[in-house]
Design a protein around this ligand. Structure first.
Ligand SMILES: O=C(O)CCC(=O)C(=O)O
Ligand SMILES: [Mn+2]
Length: 181
């Protein structure tokens, strides 16, 4: 657990009120579909990110995200220059199987994933294997996807029929390789 429950409660409500949430359209099997979650990309000006056919220009650091980034950098002794914020409004919002392996993250990224709000099951599987393991991501918890993880494993956040309220997830990342605008 990285954050005390009161601090995590406050962050959940402030981030929901203050971040620039958008429902993006992504390419899925050659078709444009609305992503089943809201997202916002914040970071240093050069930290542009492409995934699932989206090209995200970073919004300037929000003070709450910058505070968390500094705290994580001290805690992990690792630098981040960006964060993907995701909001899952209820159990119907989700994220399909993938690895965070876009070229701009470099060969062996370290991704720090902070969860706030409704607890959801995060699934992990070895690439090419249909069996998966679930991890419950609690309010205020930090999950580290360490170097080498993205090469071997995929992860997802499946839909759930259990009563699920707002969940916000912040994945802090380091964008390395830049591509032309
Ligand atoms: O919401 C989560 O816990 C995971 C999100 C994720 O994997 C991603 O945005 O790349
Ligand atoms: Mn991911």
């Amino acid at each position: 657990m990285l954050l005390a429950p009161v601090e995590a409660d406050r962050l959940l409500s402030d981030l929901w009120d203050q971040l620039d949430w958008k429902q993006h359209e992504i390419m899925l099997f050659g078709r444009k579909v609305a992503q089943p979650r809201l997202s916002a990309w914040y970071g240093d000006p050069q930290a542009r990110y492409r995934y699932s056919g989206l090209q995200l220009e970073p919004l300037p650091w929000h003070p709450l995200l910058l505070g968390l980034k500094n705290k994580l950098e001290d805690h992990l002794r690792h630098e981040f220059n960006s964060v993907l914020a995701n909001a899952y409004r209820d159990g119907k919002d989700s994220m399909g199987w993938h690895s965070d392996d876009e070229p701009e993250l470099g060969a062996e990224p370290l991704v720090a994933s902070l969860s706030l709000g409704s607890e959801r099951r995060f699934l992990v599987r070895t690439k090419g294997d249909s069996r998966s393991t679930g991890i419950w991501l609690e309010h205020g918890s930090l999950l580290l996807m360490k170097r080498g993880c993205q090469e071997i494993y995929q992860h997802s956040l499946p839909k759930t029929q259990k009563q699920s309220r707002l969940r916000i997830n912040l994945t802090f990342r380091q964008i390395l390789n830049q591509f032309p605008p």
